[in-house]
Design a binder for this molecule. Structure first.
Ligand code: FES
Ligand SMILES: [Fe+2]
Length: 403
């Protein structure tokens, strides 16, 4: 299997500036040579990857119902009693921070007749169903049951909310969208990606804005647009391209996760210059893909600190339908003098570009692939190694070989 084979783990030994400098060194070498990180060969995949209903069902079942998924940043429910909803993967799930500070998650399903117990995020002591008023504490115990005498033989202990697996690590909350009481070992799930995520200090972040974008394209087609810079000059001539080189990026495979680091135009000035003259801190813009559907992007804010963006992509009701939840956060290192509006404006710009450029062309491609002749295949270049590996890994995870 093609793999960049970079010794990413060794980055653990370096501080943030050293890591960014090492990445910058690799980028500047690519800029100088007109190259990019590559796999071994181009790869063909069937159009049915994006259009086969059986594949979509397998992805929903094997990826979105079984694997750990990012439910949100810890900073979205920072205090005991804070509750949020996570509904994008299928079942409505309520995620609550208990009085002991532990995050737990439950099916948002009242044990009386199944209504949704929580309708909106907020802080509360109890979660009370608005149908008949059954109340649950933050550990999911049924603590209030109007006219309890009308339920003879029913035991409150057996009427707890159904728990789902949850875990919290490094400022991220994960859940699995099925019943279960296990704690998710997030660090183990992230593996080699964990120290890279830890560098963002997500625990110190603050949520600023979130949007949902509905798209007429397969979720993997949309996901593919985040994994290569080959399209920057042609699809984004006036938006992203002025800031970043085309077809010049780093790719690091981290198990089923990956990091893609984009080259900034300013780094072009470093070619041929002695490193002692390179400005500090190094410029950095990179996407961290967490299998199967999440990308966390970090980039410097003008004036200091880190802009954090999270893109979570989900399948819709048909192979050609999907949606993205795009959320932005201010890094804990952003100076107080920079307002949330600055962070929100960056979010709005990226959202506009992704929606009107990346996702617009994704919908066109999807329509064509759904109507393509039988046996039609598309081709990923060796420069689209991130896409190649994502498709290989998804195929393996759902138990349906690529065709
Ligand atoms: S369905 Fe929730 S109290 Fe009746
Ligand atoms: Fe793009």
């Amino acid at each position: 299997m093609p793999d960049s084979g970079r010794p990413v783990v060794q980055e653990n030994m370096l501080d943030n500036a050293q890591v960014m400098r090492a990445l910058e060194r690799r980028l500047v070498a690519h800029i100088a040579a007109g190259t990019t990180d590559c796999g071994a060969a181009a790869m063909r995949v069937s159009a049915s990857e994006y259009a086969d209903p059986a594949r979509l069902e397998a992805e929903k079942r094997e990826l979105f119902r079984k694997l750990p998924l990012v439910a949100g940043f810890s900073c979205e429910i920072p205090n005991p009693g804070d509750v949020m909803l996570f509904e994008a993967a299928g079942p409505s799930i309520v995620v609550a921070r208990g009085r002991d500070g532990t995050v737990r998650a439950f099916l948002n399903m009242c044990m009386h007749r199944g209504a949704q117990v929580v309708k909106e995020c907020g802080n509360r002591k109890l979660m009370t169903c608005r149908f008949h008023g059954w109340s649950y504490d933050l550990e999911g115990r049924l603590v209030g049951m109007p006219s309890e005498g009308d339920f003879p033989g029913e035991d409150r202990d057996r009427l707890r909310l159904v728990q789902v697996p949850a875990g919290e690590w490094g400022g991220l909350i994960f859940v699995k969208a099925h019943a279960g009481e296990e704690r998710i070992d997030v660090a183990a799930w992230l593996g080699e990606m964990a120290p890279l995520i830890a560098r963002f200090n997500l625990g110190g972040a603050k949520p600023v804005k979130s949007d949902r974008i509905d798209i007429d394209t397969n979720w993997k087609y949309a996901l593919n647009t985040y994994g290569e810079s080959y399209h920057f000059g042609t699809l984004h001539p006036t938006t992203f391209s002025p800031a970043a080189f085309t077809n010049t990026n780093l790719y690091d495979r981290l198990g089923r996760h990956y990091r893609v680091t984009f080259s900034q135009r300013a780094q072009g000035d470093l070619v041929g210059k002695d490193e002692s003259q390179w400005p500090a801190p190094p410029v950095y813009g990179g996407s961290h893909y967490i299998f199967p559907n999440t990308i966390i992007y970090g980039a410097p804010v003008e004036g200091g600190g880190t802009f954090l963006h999270m893109y979570r992509l989900y399948p819709g009701e048909a192979p050609g339908k999907s949606f993205t939840i795009m959320s932005c956060y201010r890094g804990g290192d952003v100076p107080a003098s920079i307002s949330d509006d600055v962070i929100a404006q960056t979010h709005d710009f990226i959202e506009m570009v992704v929606r009107t450029e990346d996702y617009s062309i994704s919908a066109e491609g999807q329509r064509n692939l759904e109507c393509a002749p039988p046996g039609h295949a598309l081709v990923f270049g060796k420069n689209e190694i991130a896409l190649q590996n994502v498709h290989r890994d998804i195929a393996e995870a759902i138990g349906m070989p690529l065709t």
